[in-house]
Each structure stands twice: as structure tokens, then as C-alpha cells.
Design a protein around this ligand. Structure first.
Ligand code: 2AM
Length: 479
């Protein structure tokens, strides 16, 4: 067993848990590991985890006994009932002041509840977003911890040591305390929802460039390479560029052309949409992105419909180079709208839950280690630094200016998509959101009239206070 007490214990040695354990060990911490299926633990400690500072345990009792106090136990197991079962098993083995950390993709309300339950037992609880996939877990993820505030000083040295680092000197960790309860998981969920939007926007840009500008895969690789040198510089643009260069070893064709156009989803984008609906927060872009995946999954129906339903010729634009640049500008504008929606939803959730969140810090957490890492996040952080109470990112002077300048391209791209029949639901909803948000007066006056007409739901007036009802049938004039 351990020569010295371990700094942290980790439960669950699937690929994320394994990689996170190796990351922790690589920073010099002593770590005890446990997996429900013992052979997995043994295979790990005999293989990649055969290190002097990694201690394999066959029971949770052994794991707990191996830890320095206050103990820290991190769960890297399937989100859901497994976490509750493990908490129930661990609580009697641990002592007041010990910390249980859940690193899974957990539904924020589950972490709210577990934080209350674990705190009621005198222990501390953390639900942390871990982003960056397998490689991030191994080399440096973006970490978004929330829960019991008193746990933060205890886990901070380990968390900030293992997190991705950014900044000119490469020493700013992409990890900071988010806030109470499930706020860390909420931030991770919004990260994933934003990721859905970013990915779908890139796919729509691809469709526009392919059909509207007639670009080949090689040309697309060059265009994305160029985009990656400007304001769109990001991990997703970079991997998209790379994807267009890869050939299928079997056929020699571009691999992207051999991939079935039916998208999968694990559900965090859907959670964000569902919670947006609950809050009444207009996160239209993630919602369209989720539905775009749903529509893509109807492959067989779409194939049948393609020979029944009419559409225009997807003819190329007269000025492919000019159009390509307009797509770039529209993509950047849409991306601003998408992040604006994400932060607005976060603020709505924070207001509902009573969380005090630091939006600048949250933007900074995503600058490295995770899928949405991008140069753009520095600008978001700067906007929140200038005004921590910013109502909507689009209102930050720097972004308002970009949006104003991008407008003609944004409108032209959406109009072209409609004209040539290329489906771009997220581009379209981004512009509709922008236009909806910037109108002091929307047609909802008529909506309120309709609601009052058929349901006596009452309406407010522009010229006097209170709620009003009209007997519409009595006042109506014959037309
Ligand atoms: P296993 O190897 O024994 O299946 C991802 O599924 C990880 O979560 C695996 O390490 C898995 O352990 C673990 N896991 C899933 N359900 C669990 C549970 N109820 N208790 C403990 N570990 C669990």
C-alpha cells in the first residue's frame, strides 16, 4: 500500500478517469485509484498507471484509507444513479470536512441536490465540468468546479495544476471556482451548447461554400486555414481545416465525403435547450443546432423526400471569392450572437438560483483545454471586464461595432441561402435573434391583442399602467 498518504483518490477508470489520473500523477501528486471492476484497476496499475505515485485499490475502504485528510475523492463514473450510489457508499467511510468531487457530465440540478445532501452530512461536495475529451483529461482540461465553496481551497492546488494553461507565459490555468451548487455543471452545459452552435454554424458555412461558392475540399482546407489566422482562430476551425485534407486510406477519396450525414448527440445540448425553455431564455441557436442533428438523423426520409419536394437549383454565386468572405463575416457575427445567448442563459439561471457568477472568469476558463477554445474568448473576457453587468454581449461596444460592420454580409449570406435552398437554420436564427433583440417594438402587441380577444388574458398599454381587457367583439367594426 501507499508509502505516503495520497493527495486525492479517483474512482472510475474508464478512459476519462484513467487519463485524469495520469494527468494528476504527472504533476507529482500521489493518487489512489479504484474501479468497480477490479481487473480494470489492476490492468491500469500494471500498465499506463504503473507509477510510484499511483496506488491501486481493490475496495473503496482501501481507497479512503490511502488518503491524506481532509480527504478528496473524485468520481469519474457514468453520470446519474452511479454517482448517488457511490456517494451513499462513501459517506459512512469519510469524515466531516472531506470532499467528494463529481467530474462527470452531470445535470446541474443533480449537483444542486447532492451538494445539499453531502453538506447536510458535514462533508463538502463539488460538481466540476471537465472539458477537452480524452486528450484534455490527460494533458490539461478546462475545469469548471462548483458546489461547496469551502472545498475550493482544498482542491485548488491539484485542479489548477492539472488544468490547461494559457496566456503569454502559458501559466494561467483554465480552472477557477465557478460558484455554488450545480453552477459548475451549468457552465459546462452551456459550454457544450455553445459547442453545438459553433459546430453547426461551421457545417452550414461548409454547405454554403460547397454549394454556393462551389469550393472543392482542397479549397475548403485553404479557406479554413485562412480563417484560422483571423478573428475566427479556434480549435474547431483548425480541425475543420485538417478534416478537409484527410484521405480515406481505402478509397483514396476525401474521407469527409465518405461519412454518412447522420449526426449523433449525447444530450448536453438538449439539456441547455430544455433549461432555456424553462427559464424563458431565448437560446434559439443551440436549439436549432440540436434540431439540425435531429433532422440529419432522418436520413432515410430525407432521401425519399429529395425526389418529391421541390427546391431551387443550388447554383453558385457569381462572385465565389467575395461570397466566401461574406460567409466568414456572417460566421463571426453569428458566433457572437450564439455566445451572447449562452451567457444570457447563464445569467438567467444565476438570477433564478441566486448564484453570483463572474462572466469574465467563465470566458477565461474556456480559453484552453476545451473544444470551444478560441481567440474570441479573450474579447468576451475583455467585454465583461469593461462591464461586469453587461446585459448582452452584443451590446458590448466592441461587439456592437463588429455586428454593425458584418450586417450586410450576414444578411446577404442568409438571403442567398434562402434563395438557393441551402438549409442554414442556425445562421438564420442568429440573424433573427439579432433583429428581434434590436427592435424596440415587436409585433407582440398584436399577439397580446389575440390572447386578450380569445382568452381574456389582458394586456398592458404603452400609454397607461395596469392590465387591461377589452370586449373585442363589442368594439369590432364590420369590415
Ligand atoms: P466498471 O469498469 O466497473 O464498469 C464508466 O462507465 C465508469 O463508471 C467505469 O469505470 C465504470 O466501472 C464506472 N461505473 C459505472 N457505474 C458504476 C457504479 N454504479 N459504481 C461504481 N462505478 C461505476
Amino acid at each position: 500500500m501507499a508509502q505516503q498518504p495520497c493527495d486525492i483518490g479517483l474512482v472510475g477508470l474508464a478512459v476519462m478517469g484513467e487519463n485524469l489520473a495520469l494527468n494528476i500523477a504527472s504533476r507529482g501528486f500521489h493518487i489512489a485509484v479504484f474501479n468497480r471492476t477490479t481487473s480494470v484497476t489492476d490492468a491500469f496499475t500494471a500498465g499506463r498507471g504503473k507509477l510510484p505515485n499511483v496506488v491501486g485499490c481493490h475496495t473503496l475502504e482501501q481507497l479512503v484509507a490511502a488518503l491524506a485528510k481532509p480527504r478528496k475523492v473524485m468520481l469519474m463514473v457514468k453520470a446519474g444513479p452511479a454517482v448517488d450510489q457511490l456517494i451513499a457508499t462513501l459517506l459512512p467511510l469519510l469524515s466531516p470536512g472531506d470532499v467528494i468531487i463529481d467530474g462527470g457530465n452531470t445535470y446541474p440540478a443533480d449537483t444542486d441536490r447532492r451538494t445539499r445532501e453531502v453538506e447536510a452530512a458535514g462533508l463538502l461536495y463539488v460538481g466540476t465540468g471537465v472539458s477537452g475529451g480524452e486528450e484534455g483529461a490527460l494533458k490539461g482540461p478546462s475545469l469548471m468546479p462548483g458546489g461547496s465553496a469551502a472545498a475550493w481551497p482544498l482542491i485548488k492546488p491539484i485542479f489548477q495544476a492539472i488544468a490547461a494553461k494559457v496566456g503569454p507565459a502559458g501559466d494561467i490555468p483554465c480552472c477557477d471556482w465557478v460558484g455554488p451548487g450545480g453552477s459548475g455543471n451549468y457552465v459546462k452545459m452551456v459550454h457544450n451548447g455553445i459547442e453545438y452552435g459553433d459546430m453547426q454554424l461551421i457545417c452550414e458555412a461548409y454547405a454554403l461554400l460547397k454549394h454556393g461558392a462551389g469550393l472543392s475540399n482542397d479549397e475548403l482546407a485553404r479557406v479554413f486555414d485562412g480563417w484560422n489566422r483571423g478573428e475566427l482562430d479556434s480549435y474547431l476551425i483548425e480541425i475543420t481545416r485538417d478534416i478537409f485534407t484527410v484521405r480515406d486510406p481505402d478509397t483514396g477519396d476525401h474521407l469527409v465525403d465518405r461519412i454518412l450525414d447522420r449526426a449523433g448527440a449525447k444530450g448536453t445540448g438538449k439539456w441547455m435547450s430544455q433549461l432555456a425553455l424553462d427559464l424563458g431564455a431565448p437560446s434559439t441557436m443551440v436549439t436549432e443546432a440540436v434540431f439540425a442533428r435531429s433532422l440529419s438523423a432522418l436520413k432515410d426520409q430525407r432521401v425519399r423526400a429529395s425526389s418529391v419536394l421541390a427546391g431551387p437549383d443550388m447554383r453558385s454565386h457569381d462572385d465565389p471569392a467575395g461570397f466566401t468572405d461574406q460567409v466568414r463575416r456572417a460566421l463571426y457575427a453569428a458566433k457572437i450572437a450564439s455566445y451572447a445567448q449562452g451567457f444570457v442563459q447563464l445569467a438567467a439561471a444565476a438570477a433564478e438560483q441566486g448564484w453570483q457568477l463572474d462572466y469574465r472568469s467563465i470566458a477565461m476558463l474556456w480559453r484552453g483545454g476545451c473544444i470551444i477554445r478560441a481567440r474570441f474568448l479573450d474579447d468576451i473576457a475583455a467585454a465583461y471586464a469593461a462591464n461586469p453587468k453587461l446585459e448582452n454581449l452584443m451590446l458590448a461596444p466592441s461587439f456592437a461595432k463588429v455586428l454593425a460592420a458584418a450586417q450586410p454580409a450576414w444578411r446577404h449570406v442568409v438571403a442567398t441561402a434562402a434563395t438557393i435552398g441551402v438549409p442554414v437554420p442556425v445562421f438564420m436564427s442568429s440573424l433573427a435573434y439579432y433583429d428581434g433583440y434590436r427592435h424596440a417594438r415587436l409585433p407582440a402587441n398584436l399577439l397580446q391583442a389575440q390572447r386578450d380577444y380569445f382568452g381574456a388574458h389582458t394586456y398592458e398599454r404603452t400609454d397607461k399602467p395596469g392590465s387591461h381587457h377589452t370586449e373585442w367583439l363589442e368594439l369590432r367594426r364590420k369590415v
